[in-house]
Design a protein around this ligand. Sequence first.
Ligand SMILES: [Zn+2]
Length: 50
Amino acid sequence: MKCSVCGKKIETTFLNKLVGTMMKDKKGKKKAVCSQCQKKHTTTELKEKL
Ligand SMILES: [Zn+2]
């Protein structure tokens, strides 16, 4: 799965869990966000980028 903000591939753990987070965009669609973008931006900022 790719990060919706930076477009980089998001790694998964051995349990197939994303190293990052899932967020809903304005339309309610689920988008993946990598941990680096999560650290860089606030939740509000990320929602605006999705
Ligand atoms: Zn990212």
